[in-house]
Write a protein that binds this ligand. Structure first.
Ligand SMILES: O=C(O)CCC(=O)C(=O)O
Length: 291
């Protein structure tokens, strides 16, 4: 699909949308090399640097030697650009309904000595039985090259089609260090800086252990169906002044859109109205506000 992208911005010639969609259906993941060019990689590093060196994870899942910078999309232009990139959106359009939402957006810096994260699938918190279509789609992007040594994401291709019993059996076997037919395909994602993996929210994966002597910097963006609840609450987390300057696609992804016929309305108005200068909540107009 060359030419016009869903964003109206140019789609790079030769980007094989259909091939990526086919691999996502077959394996549960696909890799886009050169997603960030050298300029975007430098801009990413410069943009995230002031936010690093502040916190460590609060639990083993976040990673006790891992730092996460949440609400990345609202922290600078490069983070917007990687979130609504036309190539990515063209692939996501093959899986999620129009008006899909950004569910999570953060940088992940895994420091040396970090242990492997427990294996999981990203849309597990939606209580709908498996097997089923993914309710969310995830991206993990390499700012540092991913290797098996430095914490490259561990993935289990094909697991996006499994029942919950199969998922649990595979996870138990892997965590116990046992090999079974279900665990055959387990591998560590190795990809150069600037590449991303797109994967289905139903695919088993987890951050690898960092046995190297350098941090592994990455980002993840996750997108969900327009009817599903998002992990991050961007209405509260992303300052309106920043959202106003974002692309129409990003505004929709952050919740300033309607899913037909009226999901997401703001007191019977389109949510974009709430971004207009001087807008006040209708319930406070003409009466004293409580707070
Ligand atoms: O950092 C990674 O490689 C994956 C992280 C992940 O899967 C998660 O935090 O949910």
């Amino acid at each position: 699909m060359d030419g016009q992208a869903p964003t109206g911005r140019p789609m790079p010639a030769g980007f094989d949308v259909a091939g990526h969609i086919a691999r996502l259906h077959r394996d549960g993941y696909t890799i886009v090399e050169n997603f960030l060019d050298a300029d975007r990689l430098s801009a990413f590093r410069a943009g995230v640097e002031p936010w690093l060196g502040r916190y460590r994870g609060r639990n083993a899942f976040e990673g006790l030697k891992t730092e996460r910078v949440y609400t990345l999309v609202a922290r600078g232009r490069v983070f917007e650009d990687i979130t609504d990139d036309p190539r990515l959106m063209a692939v996501l359009d093959g899986f999620l309904k129009p008006g899909y939402l950004l569910s999570a957006s953060h940088a992940i810096c895994i420091y040396p000595g970090e242990q492997a994260q427990s294996l999981h699938f990203d849309d597990s918190f939606y209580p709908i039985p498996r097997p089923r279509p993914a309710i969310s789609m995830s991206v993990i992007g390499a700012i540092d090259p991913f290797t098996a040594q430095n914490g490259g994401t561990v993935m289990l291709p094909g697991s996006h089609r499994w029942t919950l019993d199969q998922v649990n059996a595979a996870r138990e076997a892997i965590h116990a260090g046992r090999r079974t037919p279900l665990t055959e395909g387990l591998f560590s994602l190795e990809m150069p800086a600037g590449a991303i993996a797109i994967f289905q929210g139903t695919l088993i994966h987890g951050a690898g252990a960092n046995h190297s002597d350098a941090p592994r910097l990455a980002f993840t963006n996750q997108y969900c169906e327009p009817w599903a609840r998002t992990q991050e609450n961007f209405y509260l987390a992303a300052p309106k002044a920043r959202v106003r300057a974002m692309s129409p696609e990003l505004k929709t992804m952050l919740g300033y859109g309607i899913m037909a016929p009226f999901m997401g309305q703001v007191t019977a108005s389109h949510p974009l109205k709430s971004l207009e200068e001087g807008w006040t909540a209708p319930v406070t107009r003409g009466v004293a506000a409580d707070d």
